[in-house]
Ligand binder design. Sequence first.
Ligand code: NAP
Ligand code: ZN
Length: 351
Amino acid sequence: MTINVHGYATHSAQDDLIPFRFERRDPRPNDVVIDILFCGVCHSDLHQAHNDWGGSIYPMVPGHEIIGRVVGVGSQVTRFKLGDPVGIGCMVDSCQHCTPCKKGLEQYCEEVATFTYNSIDRHDNTPTYGGYSDKIVVSDKFVVKIPEGLDMKGAAPLLCAGITTYSPLRHWQVSKGSNVAVIGLGGLGHMALKLAKAMGADVTLFTRSPGKEEDARRLGADKVVLSTDQSQMASVNGQFDLIIDTVPNVHDLNPYLPSLALDGTLVLVGYLGGLEPMLNTVPLILGRKSVAGSVIGGIAETQEMLDFCGKHNITSDIEEIKIQDINAAYQRMLKSDVKYRFVIDMASLKE
Ligand code: NAP
Ligand code: ZN
């Protein structure tokens, strides 16, 4: 027996997303069945739908910022019951026995985690399909609890944009008095501002867009630097302990390195690929500075982030859309025209 699901899929890198019917597996003993209420739209959805990273599997049902309610549990599931508000992020499984998995760092699984979509299930070799759909079946270890009182729509983007920025903030031990900068005010960037501020940091936004200053300050920035203005760039020389770079495309990192403090780190979370132009190592060597990378966060850390957001009442600033608007939303995201995350109301699938 299988579960019939209604969703939206793209069938090639050039196609729009269109309605798609498919089946989900009958729950295994440790599976949770979830009715999806909302799903955020991440720039990674767009990269993978368009095959920007190569190796995309079609048909593809994107979506890894999933919020829903439990409607079924397998016989061995004890942590969840019917009706619980839950979330699913970018991963639905991992090997569970390598060193990173044992440390709760499933995102760095040595055998590569099973991603929520555009991946192959490690047990039955079927493709995984994501959250632009009305139901999902996921192993209980990869399901997280949504804290009481957190707005469900606004919580959806926490499952990727939230954890992807929370994890480096924690890894580089940001706390009261840290000096943090964020490059790019989009989905990830706006969460980074909110989270860094809530951790007590002094927060700066680097943006190439004049006109985002007021929003940035409302979202938690103490200072805004227009990255196209050399005098503004020079005004922050030597300041930052951590810079989180969320820019999705290839871009020049060199102008940002002077703004790192001694021992400071610029962590890339946005762009995957070769750097162009090349990095000049002089500021790195002379200032013991680092350029690093980071991908999402582990499941335990995702729960920790959600609990942190529950405590500080942090959610994403969203624009709610219907699933029928998804192709237009992708076009707008390409133009950075989103404040600051599209979230699909999955009830619209019935229209
Ligand atoms: P987004 O909402 O489109 O925001 C990206 C922001 O970057 C834009 O709002 C813009 O901000 C800036 N930007 C865009 N193009 C730029 C360019 N060519 N040069 C300089 N700045 C540019 O995207 P998102 O959903 O936040 O995702 C950002 C990236 O993170 C994507 O590549 C996504 O795939 C990746 N990602 C990585 C992880 C991970 O685990 N590492 C997880 C999720 C997403 P301004 O207008 O303020 O300059
Ligand atoms: Zn994402």
